[in-house]
Every structure is written in C-alpha cells, then in structure tokens.
Design a protein around this ligand. Structure first.
Ligand code: X90
Length: 281
C-alpha cells in the first residue's frame, strides 16, 4: 500500500468514490460517552439509538478524541500517510495524531506522514479528503500533495452551520452560554461559521428555517462562493440542504452537492435538525 488517507470521524465521509490506485481511506473514530455507555463512531454505530439514549439520559455526556495508539494503528502499512483532523482548537484529535506521527516516524523513518489540522470539521474535512484523493490520482509526489492540499484547505474551503439546538456544545464548553440561551427558544436557529482560529463564530440568529436558508446563502455568496462543490452533513434535516441548494442553483445551475448523514460525533454536537456544510470558494 502506497498511500493512506486518514480522517477522524469529525469527517462524515465513510467512503471515497473512485479511490486513487494504491490508496486506502481510513476513518478513525472519536467516541461519545452517555452514562456508562461508550459509543464508538465507526460504521457499526447506530446513530439514532445513540441520540435517543442521549436525550433520554439525565447523566453527563461527553466526547473523546482518538488516542495516539489508534492513529498509529491506522498508519500501518503505508509509505505515504495523509491525516485530516477536526479542528485542533476544540478537540485533542490533532494533538493525538501529531504525537502518533512523532513516535511512528522514529520506528519507521522512511514513512512520510503529514497531519492537516482542518481548523474545521464535517464538509470541509470531506472536501479536503476528496481533494487529496484527486491529487494522488493525478500522480503528484508526497510533498506536492501536501502543499496543494494545504493551499486548497486554506484558500478554497469554508464551513457554515445551521443549528436548532446547542445544548451539547454549551455543556461541553465549546460554545458560549449566552449564545446557547437564545437558541432553542422561539424557533431560533444559529447560523455560524468555522472561524479562522477553528472555533464556532456566530453570524445570525434567524427565526425559522426559511430565514436560516436566506442567511446561509447570503453568507456563502459573501464569502465568494462561485458554484463550486458543496458537501452537507445533516441530522434529520435533508430539507434545509435542498432549500439551500435550490437557492444556490438559481445563480449557479450546475452547482454540485452531496448530502451526507452526520457522523456520530457531528450528530452529537450539531443535534437534531442541525446541518453543517463545507463549500468551495
Ligand atoms: O475531542 C473531542 O471530544 C471532540 C470535540 C469536538 C467539538 C466540536 C464539534 C463540532 C461539531 C458543531 C458545529 C460546527 C463547528 C465548527 C467548528 C470549527 C459540529
């Protein structure tokens, strides 16, 4: 095996279409703790059951990033390893992967490893994973794939989210309490973006889905969206994704979108009816 593309489960993509030759895609799970039960966010997870247990539970719930050991196991067998993590500002996943890289390369000095801190999650991680696969398929060497991948991530991808509930983000210290108070009241949605620092940045607090669609679309256009790829992750809310795309296609009829179900981790934080989407600028 020449290449491995590894993403933690902040990335909702479980498979790459048209995987490049000599390449494997591996998803490394985070875990979600609800009472005494640990839910591993891999393709065996029953996400609906996890969400039900979460809402039924009065106990504290939390998430945990993959261990360095889990990353090291994922590295096995490849010459070139590309890792994409959820924002290192809100999760220890990036740090785990960097520690794993350090230890692994002492034992395997000939293996190339690069860890991309997405400073984002979900759709932006998916866009980068697909770009890396494309760069590998085009036959570039490791260094070039890393450079072009970094340029793409920083210059050409953005993340927006629309959330109807933010209890888990607030409870786990990832979002300001005051912001949390407003959402959930009177049908208020939280429209925001991944900031340059890799945190949640609040942009609008529209009332109802229709206004949330308008806010999201205007943010996309203001950020420089020109009809590029869009990848949605949605928790029981395909309709808002379709509404956003139908508004976008009024201006960009050819715009391509993928609508994925949220991973366990993104379901836990984005909650019911929450969506996140990565798009190209
Ligand atoms: O290490 C861990 O336990 C994982 C912690 C992850 C915390 C953040 C998850 C965010 C998921 C929420 C809305 C969009 C956030 C934008 C991030 C920059 C989705």
């Amino acid at each position: 095996m020449k290449w491995k593309i590894i993403a933690d489960s902040g990335c909702d993509l479980r498979e790459i279409e048209q995987l490049a030759a000599d390449t494997q895609y591996v998803n490394v799970p985070l875990t979600i703790q609800i009472g005494d039960t640990t839910y591993v966010d891999d393709d065996t997870l029953d996400c609906d059951a996890m969400m039900e247990a979460m809402y039924a539970s009065s106990e504290k719930t939390s998430s945990a990033c993959p261990s360095s050991m889990a990353y090291m196991e994922a590295f096995e067998g490849a010459e070139n390893v590309l890792v994409v993590t959820i924002t290192g500002t809100l999760s220890g996943s990036y740090n785990s992967a960097m520690v794993a890289k350090g230890i692994y390369q002492e034992q395997h000095p000939d293996v190339n490893i690069h860890v991309f801190n997405s400073l984002s999650t979900a759709g932006v991680m998916c866009l980068l994973v697909e770009k890396l696969n494309q760069l590998i398929a085009e036959g570039h060497d490791f260094q070039t794939v890393v450079e072009k991948g970094t340029e793409y991530l920083q210059q050409h991808t953005r993340l927006l989210f629309v959330l109807a509930r933010v209890d888990n983000l607030v409870k786990n210290g990832r979002l300001n309490k005051l912001v949390g108070k407003v959402v959930g009241l009177l049908n208020i949605r939280l429209v925001g973006k991944a900031s340059d620092e890799g945190t949640l940045e609040l942009l609008h607090k529209p009332r109802g889905q229709k206004k949330a669609v308008e806010a999201a679309v205007s943010e996309m256009l203001a950020a420089g969206y020109q009809g590029g790829k869009v990848i949605f992750s949605q928790r029981n809310n395909e309709s808002i994704c379709e509404q956003i795309m139908s508004r976008i296609r009024e201006q960009f009829p050819e715009a391509q979108a993928k609508i994925l179900p949220t991973s366990g981790l993104c379901s836990y934080y984005a909650e019911e009816e929450g969506i996140l989407f990565g798009y190209e600028v």
